[in-house]
Design a protein around this ligand. Structure first.
Ligand code: SF4
Length: 272
């Protein structure tokens, strides 16, 4: 491996992940996200810089050699160090057609670090997935695309006012970048968070299905049910939780939504 000193900030490396793309994957969680989705399960990812909290145990899932201080979220790491960690799992990738997934937070918020990591994965023969909300400049999208084998692309709300209300930003950039990736012929899995009364409304689902039906390279739609497991994190990390008493969607409602999207000619899954 050549010497690559680009550095980035991540807050976890999850080995043996099976919901972040095909096969067995090593998922790298980048720190920083430009959105503030009300239902976010990883509020500790939002700020790009490492943060200190009292009394958290964050070593779980993180390789020993890269464990952070007990009360710290986020650690600086070089591309070489990161890719060295990823290729340790090559045997599992080879056996399962897996690879590395770059997630977050939002990986496109650290574009140089991401692009160099993707290039190194490519030169090491490691399949790469970028899990993104698509909120980045078209220049970044165009630079990342050639080195990415598959995009897990979040589509949340088609009504722009609702998108701005529930995520903090307009959806125009996200929609435009998705169309660009589709036109580039990139493989895409759409991920739609199913949040009762917010994203899981008739109006939104019809609009989503209409938009997706015009795309040519969507191979799968994953419906990601809102759940309250992230709730404790809001208290633990002293973040505002706007979800109140919203419950997880019922399985009958999820099945109906799955059925609804099945009319598109691609696989539809509940969960990642
Ligand atoms: S895009 Fe993802 S990481 Fe960012 S706030 Fe929304 S749910 Fe959280």
């Amino acid at each position: 491996m050549q010497n690559n000193s680009h550095r980035g900030i991540i807050f976890n490396i999850q080995r043996f992940a099976i919901h972040d793309g095909p096969g067995i994957r090593t998922t790298v969680f980048f720190k920083g996200c430009p959105l503030r989705c009300w239902w976010c399960h990883n509020p500790e990812s939002h700020k790009i810089l490492p943060e200190k909290f009292d009394g958290c145990n964050l070593r779980r899932g993180f390789d020993q050699s890269f464990s952070m201080e007990k009360d710290e979220i986020g650690k600086e790491i070089s591309v070489d160090e990161l890719v060295n960690e990823i290729v340790k799992d090559r045997m599992f990738f080879d056996e399962s057609s897996g690879g590395a997934t770059f997630s977050g937070g939002e990986p496109l918020m650290q574009p140089e670090f991401l692009i160099e990591s993707l290039k190194e994965c490519k030169s090491n023969g490691v399949h790469s997935v970028v899990d993104t909300c698509g909120y980045a400049s078209s220049e970044i999208i165009n630079e990342v695309a050639p080195y990415t084998d598959l995009f897990l692309y979040d589509l949340k709300l088609m009504n722009d006012d609702d998108h701005e209300k529930y995520t903090g930003v307009s959806n125009q950039v996200t929609l435009k970048n998705l169309v660009s990736l589709d036109q580039l012929g990139k493989k895409i899995i759409i991920r739609n968070p199913i949040v009762p009364d917010i994203t899981n409304t008739n109006e939104n689902l019809f609009a989503l299905r209409g938009f997706i039906s015009d795309l040519k390279n969507v191979m799968e739609i994953d419906l990601l049910p809102f759940h309250r497991v992230g709730e404790g994190k809001y208290t633990k990390y002293d973040k505002e939780n706007k979800m109140g008493d919203v419950e997880s969607p019922e399985s009958a409602s999820l099945e109906n939504t799955k059925q609804f999207f099945s009319e598109l000619n691609c696989k539809v899954k509940i969960g990642g």
